[in-house]
Design a protein around this ligand. Structure first.
Ligand code: FES
Length: 71
């Protein structure tokens, strides 16, 4: 799913960057991809994706009761 439409950044790419580049903040994501740097509407969703992926990495599987987010 596209998280940032302005910069064409997907949740898959964000998750990959959390693993491969150690991204753990929206600021770092912005520096790497440009996501959140234009209209900013994706910031909340980007934060959620990063947070959820970090939780997965730490062994805390998220219980999905609602859609991840809708940009
Ligand atoms: S949707 Fe990400 S900056 Fe606009």
């Amino acid at each position: 799913m596209y998280v940032c439409l302005c910069k064409n950044v997907t949740d898959h790419e964000i998750r990959r960057l959390v693993h491969s580049r150690g991204i753990h903040t929206v600021r770092q994501l912005r520096n790497e991809t440009g996501a959140t740097s234009q209209c900013g509407k994706c910031a909340r969703c980007a934060h959620q994706v990063i947070k959820d992926e970090l939780a997965e990495l730490n062994g805390k599987t998220m219980a999905w009761t609602a859609p991840l987010c809708t940009p």
